[in-house]
Each structure stands twice: as structure tokens, then as C-alpha cells.
Design a protein around this ligand. Structure first.
Ligand code: HEC
Ligand code: HEC
Length: 293
């Protein structure tokens, strides 16, 4: 909050608290009683409605004063004017909690330091920790079973966009990944798109008309720079293997057409903030999914 905003809020809050105090004092003590307590007042409404002098119980009144005193004490202790007597701040509380969590968990993670990812992938305690980290940080995109969804890769199939070695997986998790398939359809033309789709489908064993497959294959040169001449993909830029019949977005003719016409842009956010120890446990868990014992 800016200083101006803080001051405005502060001034209004103070006026409010003082106003309440004054109102209670004025109504409870300053107003002279017209008649004795419990007696009927002189006002008459609607012809027959009368009012007795029935003041608030004293303890109730005192409660009001207590809330006002509470507000003033709170003002002094917590950041209102300046940073408050206690020196409390959200950031400090967060940092203290993080440090205490760090102290608590550091030895747990340290037990796995210096061991290879392949080794950790066979350690049930490491996998249990990796699994719980995965459940906290990854399942909203990759699914609770890590089998992904359209646009979010399946991490169990041992078919990798960016490579499946422990180092590749650590890189994917820590630094994130971003794959860009350009919207190439307009340049190919309607017929070109049809032919390329037939060729791509034929690569994963679908029976398509031979002449269109041949024409599509000839057009595939524009794709080969990224997907490779054999269409087996390129880990360096995350271009998928188009021959494995495993799809990131989908292998139906309609989905392939959408991919070609509109392009695709998958983004895996970087998770370096988790720290190296957690990333290694996550990598071991992910690695274990496609390398069962
Ligand atoms: C500039 C590099 C580049 C070129 C050129 C390119 N692609 Fe791609 N393609 C990619 C990348 C990267 C992805 C993955 C996109 C992502 O991760 O969101 C992709 C994704 C795809 C997919 C989705 C695969 C799936 O599993 O759902 C298909 C299909 C595809 N490309 C076909 C083609 C065809 C056919 C051509 C040529 C007409 C082509 N691409 C040209 C880089 C390229
Ligand atoms: C916001 C969604 C999102 C979250 C959260 C997320 N991912 Fe991803 N992840 C993706 C997408 C999308 C891709 C594919 C990127 C692309 O298309 O280029 C990906 C790719 C990957 C890859 C590379 C897969 C391959 O085939 O090479 C790995 C490994 C991975 N994620 C692991 C994780 C782990 C572990 C976590 C949790 C720490 C995680 N992801 C959290 C969206 C996410």
C-alpha cells in the first residue's frame, strides 16, 4: 500500500474509533433521563405505542468500551502507525515459517544427496517423497496418475519430447520447457494440409491412399527441419515423434488439422524454486514411472 493510501486508511480508522467512543459516551451518559428508569416516557406513536426508559445494561456498555481499547492496543502492537511494537510483518512470518520448514526437512532430503537418480528411482522412501511432491506441484497439469491430458505430456510412457535421461528430466522440471509448433497450414494450402495429414497418419500405421501419402511425404520437407527427416522428433526443441502413435494433442485427422492450421504452444513452467533436493526426488519419481523395477 502506498504511504498516501496508508495515511488515508489510518485517519479514517482513527476517526471511526474515536467517533464510536464519543457516540457511546454521549448516548449513555450525556443524555439527561427524562423520566426515572423503568417509567413510561411521554412520547406516544401511532396513537397508542409508548416507550419505557430502558437503558442498556452496564456490562453491555463496558463491552463496547473494551472493544475500543482492544482496537487501540491492536493499533500499537501491529503495523498501523509505523511497523508496530511487535515488529510483526507478513513477510517476516513467512520467512520464519519457511526457515523452520527448511530446518525440519533439510536432514530428510540430505539423506538422499549424492545418489544417482537411477538409484533413487529404486528407493521406496525417495519415491514416496517424490510422489508427494508430485501430488502437490504437478498433478494439476500432468494428472494424478501422471498420464497427462491433451497438451500435457504423459510422463509414464517413456516417449519424451525433451529426452528421458535423468539430466533431461531435471532440466525439464527445474528450467521449464516451451515448445512452439508454427501455424504452417496456410502456407501448405488446403490440398497440402490434407496430404500431409495422410502422410502423418501413415507414419503410425494407419492405411491411407498411397498417392496422397507420397505427395504428403514430399511436402514433409518443411517439417523435417524440426521433426526430423524420419519424423522421429527432436529433443532439443521438443518436436514430438510423429511415428510412435503417442500424441501430445491428439492424432485424429481433425486434431492434426487444428495443429497445422493454428499451431501449438505448450509451456511447462520452471520449478527451480523448489530447490535442487526436491527436484532430484521429483526426477527420480518421474523416471521410475517409465522404468518400473
Ligand atoms: C519450427 C519447428 C517446427 C516445424 C517447422 C513443424 N513443427 Fe510440428 N511441432 C513442433 C513442436 C516444437 C511441436 C510441439 C508443440 C508443443 O509442445 O506444444 C510440434 C507439434 C506437432 C504436432 C502435434 C503432435 C502431437 O503429439 O499432438 C504435429 C502433428 C506436428 N507438429 C506436425 C507437423 C507437421 C506435419 C509439420 C510440417 C507441415 C510441422 N509439424 C512443422 C515444431 C515444428
Ligand atoms: C502449468 C502446467 C504444468 C505444471 C504445473 C507442470 N508441468 Fe510439466 N509440462 C507441462 C507441459 C505443457 C509440458 C510440455 C511442454 C511442451 O509442450 O513443450 C510439460 C513437460 C514436462 C516434462 C517433459 C516431458 C517430455 O516428454 O520431455 C517433464 C519431465 C515434466 N513436465 C515434469 C513435471 C513435473 C515433475 C512437474 C511438477 C514439479 C510439472 N511437470 C509441472 C505442464 C506443466
Amino acid at each position: 500500500m502506498s504511504t498516501l493510501m496508508r495515511t488515508i486508511v489510518l485517519v479514517f480508522t482513527c476517526l471511526n474509533v474515536l467517533g464510536c467512543a464519543w457516540l457511546i459516551w454521549w448516548t449513555a451518559l450525556k443524555q439527561p433521563d427524562e423520566v426515572a428508569e423503568g417509567a413510561v416516557k411521554e412520547h406516544v406513536w401511532d396513537g397508542d405505542l409508548r416507550e419505557r426508559n430502558n437503558p442498556m445494561p452496564r456490562w453491555w456498555l463496558i463491552l463496547f468500551y473494551i472493544t475500543i481499547v482492544f482496537a487501540l492496543v491492536y493499533f500499537l502492537l501491529y503495523p498501523a502507525v509505523g511497523s508496530g511494537v511487535l515488529g510483526w510483518s507478513e513477510t517476516r512470518e513467512y520467512n520464519e515459517e519457511m526457515q523452520s520448514a527448511q530446518r525440519h526437512y533439510a536432514p530428510v532430503y540430505a539423506a538422499f544427496a549424492g545418489r544417482s537418480i537411477e538409484d533413487l528411482a529404486h528407493d521406496s522412501r525417495a519415491l514416496a517423497l517424490g510422489h508427494s511432491l508430485f501430488a502437490t506441484n504437478c498433478i494439476n497439469c500432468h494428472g494424478s496418475d501422471a498420464r497427462g491430458a491433451p497438451g500435457f505430456p504423459d510422463l509414464t510412457d517413456n516417449d519424451w519430447l525433451y529426452g528421458g535421461t535423468p539430466a533431461d528430466i531435471i532440466q525439464s522440471i527445474g528450467h521449464g520447457r516451451e515448445g512452439t509448433m508454427p501455424p504452417i497450414g496456410a502456407a501448405l494450402g488446403a490440398q497440402g494440409v490434407d496430404e500431409v495429414i495422410d502422410y502423418v497418419l501413415s507414419l503410425s500405421g494407419h492405411a491411407e491412399p498411397a498417392d496422397k501419402v507420397a505427395a504428403g511425404k514430399a511436402r514433409f520437407v518443411v517439417c523435417a527441419g524440426c521433426h526430423g527427416a524420419d519424423a522421429k522428433g527432436n529433443h532439443a526443441i521438443g518436436a514430438p515423434d510423429l511415428t510412435a502413435d503417442i500424441w501430445l494433442y491428439g492424432g485424429s485427422p481433425a486434431t492434426l488439422r487444428k495443429t497445422l492450421m493454428e499451431g501449438r504452444h505448450g509451456k511447462m513452467p520452471a520449478h527451480q524454486w523448489l530447490g535442487d533436493d526436491r527436484i532430484r526426488l521429483l526426477a527420480a519419481y518421474v523416471y521410475s514411472l517409465s522404468h518400473p523395477q
